[in-house]
Each structure stands twice: as C-alpha cells, then as structure tokens.
Design a protein around this ligand. Structure first.
Ligand SMILES: [Fe+2]
Ligand SMILES: [Fe+2]
Length: 243
C-alpha cells in the first residue's frame, strides 16, 4: 500500500447552472452554510438515530451488500445530528433519503463494486450511476406501502439520484444527505471500511480526508463534526507515527 490510488477531483461545474443548484446557491450564499444551533461533535456512537423502524425492516435485504448494514445506520445518525443543526430542513425527507441512498448497491453486479466503484476514476464509474438509479427504484418500491405520497417519494428520489455523481447540492435537504454520507468516512468504522475498499493505509487515508473530502462538506456543522472526528481518529490510530 505504498502508492495510494488517485481520486478524481469532484466536478461541480457539471451541474452548477442547473436551476435547482442556482436556487440553493442563492438561498444559501454563505459557505460553509452556517448554523446558530448547537453542533454535537461527540463520537457518533453516542447518538444513534431512532425511528423509521418500518423503513429499516423493509430494506434489510439491501443492507447486506457493501457493508450497508454499517454504512446506512451510521450515515443516518450523522444526518439526525445535521437535522438538529439545521431545523429548517425537512427532517423526514433527509432521514428517509439517507436511509435509502445506497440501497441500490444491492441491485448492481456485486463483482464490479470494488473493481469499478473504488478504483481509478471511481467518481465517474458507470456502476455509481447504476447504484443511484437502483436506489430510486428501491425508494419507489418500498415507500408507498409505508404511507408516503408520490410527492414525498419524488423528493427522496431527487436526492438519491446523483448523490455520488453530481457534485453540487440542489437543496438544503440534499446538502445534509451529502454531508452525512461524507461524514461517515471520518468515523473510525468508516475509516476501517474505506481503507480496505480504497486500498489505503489509515495515515494516508485520513490525510486525504482532510485535504480532499473535508473541503467538499457544504455545511459548517459538518465541518465541525469532521474536524472533531479527524482529530480523535488520528490520536486513536497513532497516525503521526504509524505511517
Ligand atoms: Fe452512494
Ligand atoms: Fe453512501
């Protein structure tokens, strides 16, 4: 693991002119998006998410791929914290979209997940577009039976579709899901899984989190949580020495 693989840069310019992106940029001009609320930067294991039991039950089969049974609940815990920090966001949309966002991995060719989804130009890999499309299909299949109406389902799908491959947010809810998905990488469970998926040692990985992923976070609350997690993980993993 001496030569870390390259990560393609994010390409926000691809969607910057979309009317939804413009609207969100105009309504939230200050970046990172500030909050006046309390931001909980304690380890994420101290505040698990709650609720959505019926939804979780409905997507158990989808949690068995690509460590979704670790990823989705942890990301949803981060999303819950971000909703507390941005109470003006539609909490139900954020939490449902977060729980569902990666369920599509269960419906793509599993052998291609690591070979394409985490190697080379992984941000633009076809399999990433496929897992977003399949995630929307899961949402449209499970949510109506749980009592969600069409408008709600489409709002969720607007977030699931493009959550990895589109590099600008279309709404505050979209931004909170994106930030939660990235924040998981800063938790020790996310570091452990990501090091193995990307084939990187922990010291290299956390350095790259700071340099390349942290600047992509949209909200100030996410920045605060990421810095706190980063400092804790560096201490815990002794990355100053073990490199
Ligand atoms: Fe994803
Ligand atoms: Fe994800």
């Amino acid at each position: 693991m001496t030569t870390p693989p390259a990560w393609a840069p994010a390409t926000p310019e691809n969607h910057i002119d979309d009317p939804r992106a413009r609207r969100f940029a105009a309504s939230h001009p200050e970046r990172p998006v500030p909050t006046r609320e309390f931001v909980d930067t304690a380890p994420i294991c101290l505040s698990p998410s709650s609720g959505l039991e019926e939804l979780w039950r409905a997507i158990v089969p989808e949690t068995r791929t690509r460590a979704n049974d670790l990823h989705l609940p942890i990301v949803t815990a981060y999303a819950t914290r971000l909703c507390d920090a941005y109470p003006e966001a539609d909490r139900e949309v954020v939490l449902v979209a977060t729980a569902l966002h990666d369920t599509g991995w269960a419906h793509v060719d599993e052998s291609r997940i690591i070979s394409e989804g985490f190697r080379g130009d992984w941000r633009k890999a076809a399999i990433r577009f496929e897992h977003e499309r399949e995630g929307c299909r899961v949402a449209r299949r499970v949510l109506p039976d749980l009592g969600y109406d069409d408008a709600f389902v489409e709002r969720v799908c607007d977030i699931v579709d493009g959550h990895d491959t589109r590099h600008v947010a279309f709404s505050l809810e979209d931004a909170l899901v994106r930030d939660s998905d990235r924040l998981w990488r800063f938790d020790r469970a996310g570091i452990a899984m990501s090091c193995s998926w990307f084939g990187m040692d922990p010291a290299t990985y956390v350095d790259r989190l700071e340099e390349e992923i942290l600047p992509e976070l949209i909200t100030d609350a996410a920045h605060q949580m990421a810095w706190a997690d980063l400092a804790r993980c560096r201490d815990l993993l002794r990355t100053e020495i073990i490199r």
